[in-house]
Design a binder for this molecule. Structure first.
Ligand SMILES: NC(=O)c1ccc[n+]([C@@H]2O[C@H](COP(=O)([O-])OP(=O)(O)OC[C@H]3O[C@@H](n4cnc5c(N)ncnc54)[C@H](O)[C@@H]3O)[C@@H](O)[C@H]2O)c1
Length: 109
């Protein structure tokens, strides 16, 4: 239970790597924000995980949407993992990350 009492925000979490990361982090004790452009998929993964997750519809290419997703968990955010397709083309996450920079938060790509 390496993530007990921590909040993890996982983008691209509706499928593939991101969904597996979300499941793993929940199994390690985290509360997981299941973030994805695919709202139905995010809801499905969140429901599968149960009480330790909540879905957030967000396009990681859109700054205000990224900031809104982060705002929902900012105070307790401990881990931010991004598995969204073509992240390299998206600057919204890195910009938001630079403005946030809590010392306890780790960003994994
Ligand atoms: N599958 C592989 O073997 C592999 C290997 C190396 C790297 N990658 C890279 O890892 C990443 C994830 O791969 P995957 O296989 O899990 O892909 P996937 O398509 O299963 O999952 C990507 C998720 O990102 C979401 N997404 C796409 N654009 C988004 C956006 N703008 N905002 C929010 N969410 C968005 C999609 O809805 C989807 O749920 C990709 O960038 C892929 O190129 C994959």
């Amino acid at each position: 239970m390496r993530l007990r009492d921590k909040v993890a925000l996982v983008t691209g979490a509706a499928s593939g790597f991101g969904a597996e990361i979300a499941r793993l982090f929940a199994a390690e004790g985290a509360f997981v924000a299941v973030v994805d452009l695919n709202e139905a998929g995010a809801r499905s993964i969140s429901t599968e995980i149960g009480n330790a997750a909540s879905p957030i519809r967000c396009d990681v290419a859109v700054g205000p949407e990224v900031r809104n997703a982060v705002e929902q968990h900012k105070r307790s955010l401990a881990v931010w993992t991004s598995s969204s397709t073509m992240l390299e083309r998206h600057t919204a996450i890195s910009q938001c990350w630079r403005s946030l920079r809590p010392s306890s938060t780790k960003f994994m790509r």
